[in-house]
Write a protein that binds this ligand. Structure first.
Ligand code: G
Ligand code: G
Ligand code: MN
Ligand code: NA
Length: 256
């Protein structure tokens, strides 16, 4: 497959991949409290390729492991460059981790090595995974997640509410944060079912001692509704799109 060969080459040369960063906002204060790192691929012929298109390819070819390692190292390096490790600017860098990376027995060692190399304190890094990670090969994945918690990183469930109806795994896994899927944030005005679901996830997070992040906030009304519900954090175009590092850095400078 040509695109797989191109991705392998891009990983070897390093020049075509870059990270964009979307700020995470504390709803109570409006402050930026971190970023989510989202990978981008500038293909020399095809132009910008969305991760929604090349992450599945990377997963099916096994390239997700070197790609994931590059993403992790680049995001941690950037977090340190922005001073996010310093106590006075204690922020969180959130990195998406695919299920195929959790199958990798060496994942905790890789995370520990990247933290050591970059100097980012472990508690400043949050790893985002989907519910499917928590539902498959549970014993192996539980061991990996416990090792990651030992290292001190935070763990978030991405797209929460879209994966599985069973909540039993929340008892077993050391999760810090629930990210409320964008689909529940879309129609929040009034007494819609979506508002009831969003409120329920916020309350679930509060009962379990987990932080909640609302994804995909695009309108002021959604911001207000989620703040009223007691949701802790939010991301979305209303605050900022994912930005190239230079622009995200300016946002951070203006903000402080
Ligand atoms: O940034 P957005 O525009 O297009 O991302 C699309 C999808 O790709 C999302 O589901 C997001 O979680 C995923 N994604 C983005 N960056 C990464 C990454 O570095 N690693 C993994 N595994 N998924 C990513
Ligand atoms: O699966 P994950 O939640 O990691 O993916 C985040 C995806 O959501 C990325 O593709 C990102 O670009 C996108 N995104 C971030 N904020 C918004 C938003 O406000 N509206 C929409 N439609 N997409 C968003
Ligand atoms: Mn995510
Ligand atoms: Na998500």
């Amino acid at each position: 497959l040509q695109l797989a060969a191109d991705l392998r080459r891009a990983l070897e040369t390093g020049g075509e991949l870059e990270m964009h960063y979307q700020p995470t906002i504390e709803l109570r204060t409006g402050q930026i409290v971190g970023f989510e790192a989202l990978v981008r691929w500038r293909h020399p012929v095809r132009g910008m390729i969305s991760p929604a298109d090349f992450i599945p390819l990377a997963e099916s070819t096994g390239l997700i492991r070197p790609l994931g390692q590059w993403v992790l190292a680049e995001s941690c390096r950037q977090a340190v460059a922005w001073g996010m490790g310093a106590p006075e600017r204690a922020m969180t860098m959130a990195v998406n981790v695919s299920g195929r990376q959790f199958d990798q027995p060496g994942l905790p060692g890789i995370v520990a090595a990247v933290l050591a190399e970059t100097g980012l304190p472990a508690q400043r890094l949050c790893l985002e995974m989907t519910e499917s990670v928590l539902m498959t090969d549970t014993e192996e994945n539980l061991a990996v997640l416990l090792s990651l918690k030992d290292i001190g990183v935070r763990l978030a469930i991405d797209d929460f509410g879209t994966g599985y109806s069973s909540l039993a795994y929340l008892r077993r896994f050391p999760v810090d944060t629930l990210k409320i899927d964008r689909s529940f944030v879309e129609r929040l005005s009034g007494a819609t079912p979506d508002a009831a679901l969003a409120r329920t996830i916020v309350q679930l997070g509060q009962s379990l001692g987990m932080a909640t992040v609302a994804e995909g906030i695009e309108q002021y009304a959604q911001f207000l509704a989620l703040r009223r519900m007691g949701c802790d954090l939010a991301q979305g175009y209303y605050f900022s799109r994912p930005l190239p590092a230079a622009e995200a850095g300016l946002l951070l400078q203006d903000h402080k």
